[in-house]
Write a protein that binds this ligand. Structure first.
Ligand code: BJ8
Length: 424
């Protein structure tokens, strides 16, 4: 592996502190991933990406900034349409952070009773221990939950931020408002990149993003089989990398993996023993490198077969209608997909999410559902009431769990999840 220290120094990172993260991450990855048997060869690419996650892609982004004048836009939520950035010749990258390593840094500026995802994201920025935060030319926040809304104000003291005001309902006037927000976002991105979003470029960006979604959905479809040819944790990793990688290359690599899985399907290869219980996860996102639950579930006699999460189905299932002929129609189609088809708990009411969980549990033949809540996320925690009620009515076994990024509750989770799986 190349030594990235010079690049990190040039980015103004706290290299010494960051070295501590570099020491623990390979061990964690090895424990969760490399201990698995019979992994598809197509995982090699994703292993490589994550093995040098703070080196490879950051170096590529810096090169594109320096040699081609490209702008990098960092986002924190799947409601923000990447297509706009791509259409203006920019690069979009996810910034949500999934490690406890960054949480204490976030707690220096945020209340302790804030969800770990927000604390880790701000910690990664203010501690200067994540190259992606250093590289971005603009951060784009959104008004989904209260924690994020207020965190953006703090982040904006130290970085250029643009906020998209996401409606909290899905009435016709809310779609109109979201269209307006997307139009304003186009203007902002044009200003930052110095490039115009044209009919051609937006159309092309919609196709590129849809192709990525289709590849991910092709991958997810293998998890509906009785013989599941890939583990849940591998699919989670791919979903997490989707937020960072070049979209066209990523799509190609996912499709290549799927070609291999097609062969496994024919040969009825499964990475799980017969009788392994099929678990659907729903709830708050699992940002990289948050692999804790998948590891516990899959080491306790379960297989994760679907994530009704933003690091899962919510990210890839719905496509943007490609038939838009002009910018107005395309913006309307983007609004329809990015507001209408993402069922985040920030909406009221949010019955479509409950319907999705029931539908997905059937499609993926789930034996049980685990409703996951990141500690201090009020909206998903509260919605857990409806999730548990609906699962009981539908006769689908379900438990709710709350966790954070530490390993302190690992033993307790193993006991609870183990008992749940045994009962299925
Ligand atoms: S669309 S889930 S990515 S907002 S877990 S920060 S909600 S307190 S991450 Fe999210 Fe967009 Fe919704 Fe998805 Fe707040 Fe809850 Fe934390 Fe959350």
């Amino acid at each position: 592996m190349t030594d990235n220290h010079l690049m990190w120094e040039n980015l103004g990172m706290d290299v010494k502190t960051h070295d501590i993260l570099c020491e623990v991450l390979p061990q964690a990855f090895g424990d969760v991933y490399l201990t698995q048997e019979n992994r598809p060869n197509g995982m090699d690419y994703f292993n490589m990406v994550v093995g040098d996650i703070h080196g490879l892609r950051p170096a590529e982004l810096i090169k594109l900034q320096e040699e081609e004048g490209k702008k990098v836009v960092g986002t924190f939520c799947i409601h923000v349409p990447d297509e706009v950035v791509f259409a203006a010749g920019g690069i979009a990258t996810g910034l949500c952070s999934g490690s406890q390593f960054w949480v204490p840094g976030g707690e220096k500026v945020l209340p302790t009773a804030t969800c770990p995802l927000i604390k880790a994201s701000l910690g990664a920025h203010f501690d200067k221990t994540c190259p992606f935060f250093r590289i971005c030319d603009l951060f784009v926040g959104e008004t989904t939950c209260d924690g994020k809304k207020k965190a953006w104000e703090i982040l904006s003291e130290d970085a250029e931020m643009y906020i998209m005001d996401i409606p909290q309902m899905k009435r016709p006037q809310d779609f109109k408002k979201w269209e307006e927000e997307i139009r304003n976002y186009i203007t902002k991105i044009e200003e930052i990149t110095g490039n115009k979003v044209t009919e051609e470029s937006l159309k092309e960006a919609i196709v590129i993003s849809n192709n990525k979604r289709k590849a991910l959905q092709r991958l997810n479809n293998f998890r509906k089989l009785d013989n599941i040819p890939i583990s849940g944790r591998d699919v989670l990793l791919i979903h997490q990398i989707a937020f960072y990688d070049d979209p066209t290359r990523f799509t190609e690599m996912v499709n290549k993996l799927c070609d291999e899985l097609d062969k496994r399907k024919e040969e009825e290869v499964s990475v799980f023993e017969k009788g392994t219980k099929r678990i659907l996860l729903t709830g708050t996102p699992l940002s990289i490198p948050n692999w804790k639950l998948h590891q516990i579930i899959e080491n306790s006699g379960g297989a994760v077969i679907c994530e009704e999460m933003c690091t899962g189905i919510r990210y890839c299932e719905a496509l943007v209608d490609e038939s838009g002929e002009n910018i107005d129609e395309m913006v309307e189609n983007l609004a329809e997909r990015y507001l209408g088809h993402i069922n985040c708990a920030c909406f009221t009411p949010n019955k479509a999410r409950i319907d999705d969980i029931i539908r997905l549990a059937k499609e993926y033949k789930a034996d049980g559902v685990i409703d996951v809540n990141l500690k201090f996320c009020n909206i998903y925690d509260t919605e857990g009431y409806f999730v548990e009620k609906a699962m009981a009515e539908a006769g689908i076994p379900c438990i709710g769990i709350e966790t954070d990024y530490t390993d302190e509750d690992a033993e307790q989770l193993k006991t609870r999840i183990g008992a749940f799986i045994e009962m299925l």
